[in-house]
Design a protein around this ligand. Structure first.
Ligand SMILES: CC(C)=CCC[C@@H](C)[C@H]1CC[C@@]2(C)C3=C(CC[C@]12C)[C@@]1(C)CC[C@H](O)C(C)(C)[C@@H]1CC3
Length: 748
């Protein structure tokens, strides 16, 4: 795939006509809680659509963002981009941009709503259908993510979703999908997570599943393989699936279900040998095969299942319910991920009752995950509110917008938002629920979600500090105690190898990966240590130490030194680092270089330490003919750099940011990259959508709509600040000599 058009199937957004009047959609957000709603045609729209709404929906935005002359320098380009992007800031100060790409999420929510008898507004349903149809592959099927070939999982889920949304079995797209599914042998080859949803929908027998052994939740935590040692996402998905399995939560049979039983299988439903399907997974769906140890464990669990003790089972159900409820309460029913959210909504309906406040709260929180983009409505993989806002502001400040009074209110609002995103207290009795202290941390999305991430904490804390240092007009500063809390939480997240994981400290060992039963994702059982998280925490702590040199001084120094050693240990022989949350070596190497830069390891007098030199050599060796960088998302799966055919805006920005962080001395290299960013900027000041920016767990990809804007802003701004005399930076100095301005304080 060359240019990212894969993100839009059917040759473009507008090939599938919108199913609602797009001008009637409105967006609201309070402290990052996002909500799209439709103003019925019988009602008066209380206000005109704003720039964010019109832009997100793909409507005409010329009255907000008129075409401007093409920028000829980095400075012009960055000013233009900031003017544009500040126009998209939401009313509560954050940037609300799509973070999407997991195609099973909307079908799962739809099945949950179907089973829990929740009716979504008609307009929401119509736009959900548009999105699903827009992602149908030419062969009639769907993958699990935007770059995947069609699979049984993707196709079965989208098929059921289309039927729930009202398309009949003879609709041409449904027919195409069915033919595709039948060619794959029907829905029986669906992986584990899919089997659970089919069983809930009464389309599959619980007998056809390997037992997840729900009693595991009653075992002591020191037992190897206890769920408390899993990565939080693996833990919570296992929890929800085990609860549904243990209670055999199943929707009543109705006409649609009877019909679906005929449609999604090749064989007669009543003749299927269910136990024989437990390990039946279609080849293209399988990304993490069972180990023999897992198969042996399943054989034991399945045997136990036949004779299990009812009293143990009851206790296990009660324990799992308590764990599930705790997450509902802590996360305000948004849960750790939308995958869990779909389960929890349904569990709440069955366990708490249709009229319970808990269930009603769950329904209202479905809207927190709904997002309408140019291809219709989808379920976000998470909101990226805090993350995107932190990087947007870092770029803005690097560009010096604090000196322009026009942006004062934008910066103030962002400051307010970030302040409001910090978690102010630990959840009650959190250790009981295998959580870690989170007081002072920041989430990826917004405070109400309650799940903090190490790098989101570091980036948000640093951004808040930068805002307060650079903007005299921001007076309502964060109390130092809140910054101390952020530092406490980060120090509490140190791993023994010196690095940092994402949500919690690393608990299980690599051995746990052998027991990965997800079948669709690899490397997802443990919260491993990541270069990105480690580097962000280092930059955050380094910045903090400048202002509070005596606060937990020894621990911070020790943490920084050990973290740097971790970075050294993780560097590959070719100088790169493997990034896990962005594609891939380019992303990882950017963070690796920032880590070294913030510790003062930059080029001086044309020389740098060997780690920095090698990393720069690696990046420079990957610079493409046009001056940009481009790496295929498959690099992560194959663990080697795979060259893209087209340079990508986000990767060009990451590579440039890394090189500039360490003051790479050959400015020509930087200028060529910067020129790509200038040339590709559109007339309104944004950049066109490129290829996918994130690959995770070896078999997932994510689409971040903000990355093609925030990272070029950051790179252009850093270039303009560091190399003002480059002819590519500023018009005024066009004839000046080209040299780097060495700064003493590294990239932080
Ligand atoms: C089908 C399934 C399992 C869906 C759930 C997906 C979530 C578990 C994924 C989606 C987005 C995701 C990849 C993300 C992250 C963790 C796992 C997430 C939440 C984190 C927070 C990890 C730390 C990273 O540095 C960064 C902050 C970039 C990402 C953001 C997205």
């Amino acid at each position: 795939m060359s240019d990212g058009t894969c993100l839009r199937r059917r040759k473009g957004a507008h090939e599938i006509e919108p199913k609602t009047d797009l001008t009637r959609w409105r967006f609201s957000s309070v402290e990052g809680r996002q909500k799209w709603y439709y103003v019925a045609s019988s009602e008066e729209c209380a206000r005109e659509q704003n720039a964010l709404e019109a832009y997100t929906l793909g409507l005409d935005t010329s009255k907000f963002f008129p075409d401007l002359p093409k920028a000829s320098t980095a400075q012009e380009a960055v000013q233009k981009a900031i003017k544009f992007f500040s126009g998209l800031q939401a009313e509560d100060g954050h940037w609300a941009m799509e973070c999407s790409g997991v195609l099973s999420l909307a079908p799962a929510i739809l099945m949950s709503c179907y089973a829990a008898k929740i009716s979504l507004p008609e307009e929401v349903e119509r736009e959900l259908l548009r999105y699903i149809l827009s992602k149908q592959l030419p062969d009639g099927g769907w993958g699990l993510h935007l770059k995947e070939q069609s699979t049984v999982f993707g196709t079965t889920f989208s098929y059921i979703a289309m039927r729930i949304l009202g398309l009949g079995p003879d609709h041409p797209d449904v027919v195409r999908a069915r033919i595709n599914l039948h060619k794959k042998g029907g829905a029986l080859g669906i992986p584990n997570l899919g089997k659970v949803w089919l069983a809930i929908m009464n389309l599959y027998s619980w007998e056809g599943m390997n037992s997840p052994f729900p009693e595991l939740w009653l075992f002591p935590t020191w037992l190897p393989g206890h769920p408390s040692t899993y990565w939080c996402h693996a833990r919570h998905i296992t929890l929800a699936m085990s609860y549904c399995y243990a209670t055999r939560l199943t929707v009543e049979e109705d006409e649609l279900i009877q019909s679906l039983r005929q449609e999604i299988y090749v064989e007669d439903f009543s003749t299927i040998d269910w136990p024989a399907q437990r390990n039946n997974i279609y080849e293209a769906d399988l990304h993490a095969a069972h180990s023999w140890m897992l198969d042996a464990a399943f054989a034991t669990f399945n045997l136990y299942e036949r004779y299990h003790f009812t009293s143990f089972r009851k206790q296990a159900i009660a324990e799992m319910y308590e764990q599930i409820k705790a997450d509902d309460i802590f996360s305000n029913a948004t849960n750790s991920s939308p995958t869990c959210k779909a389960f929890h909504v349904l569990i709440s309906r069955y366990a708490d009752g249709a009229d319970s406040p808990a269930f009603q709260e769950h329904i209202s929180r479905i809207y927190d995950y709904l997002w309408i983009g140019q291809d219709g409505m989808l379920i976000k993989v998470m909101g990226s509110q805090t993350w995107d806002t932190s990087f947007a502001i870092q770029g803005f400040l690097e560009a010096g917008v604090q000196n322009n009074p026009d942006y004062a209110s934008c910066l103030k609002k962002a400051h307010e938002f970030l302040k409001a995103s910090q978690i102010v207290d630990n959840p009650p009795n959190y250790q009981r629920y295998y959580r870690q202290m989170n007081k002072g941390g920041f989430p990826f999305s917004n405070r109400e979600n309650d799940w903090i991430v190490s790098d989101c904490t570091a980036e948000a804390m640093r951004t808040l500090m930068l805002l307060e240092e650079k903007c005299p007009f921001i007076e309502d500063h964060v109390a130092p105690q809140r910054l101390f809390d952020a530092v406490n939480v980060m120090l509490n997240m140190r791993n023994s190898d010196g690095g940092f994981s994402s949500y919690e400290t690393r608990r299980g060992s690599w051995l746990l990966e052998i027991m990965n039963s997800s079948e669709i994702y690899a490397d997802c059982m443990v919260d491993h240590t990541y270069i990105e998280c480690t580097s962000s925490v280092m930059q955050g702590l380094k910045h903090f130490r400048k202002r509070f040199p005596n606060h937990r001084e020894d621990e911070i120094s020790d943490t920084l030194n050990k973290a740097l050693q971790y970075c050294r240990n993780m560097q590959k022989a070719d100088g790169s680092w493997l990034g896990r949350w962005g594609v891939c070596f380019t992303y990882g190497t950017w963070f690796g270089l920032e880590a070294f830069a913030c510790m003062g390891y930059i080029y001086r007098g044309g020389e740098a330490c060997k780690e920095v030199t090698k990393a720069c050599e690696f990046l420079v060796s990957k610079q493409m003919k046009d001056g940009g960088w481009g790496e295929e998302f498959e690099s992560y799966r194959f663990r080697k750099y795979i060259q893209h055919t087209v340079s990508q805006i986000h990767q060009t920005s990451w590579a440039l940011l890394g090189l500039m962080a360490v003051r790479y001395p050959d400015v020509r290299v930087l200028e060529r990259g910067i020129q790509v960013l200038i040339d590709r900027q559109t007339l309104i000041g944004e950049w066109p959508q490129g290829d996918i920016a994130t690959a995770f767990y070896k078999a997932g990809t994510l689409h971040y709509n903000a990355y093609r804007i925030i990272f070029p802003i950051f790179a252009l701004a850093r270039f303009t600040r560091l190399y003002p005399s480059s002819p590519v930076a500023k018009e005024l100095l066009k004839n000046g000599s080209v040299h780097a301005v060495q700064s003493q304080n590294g990239g932080c």
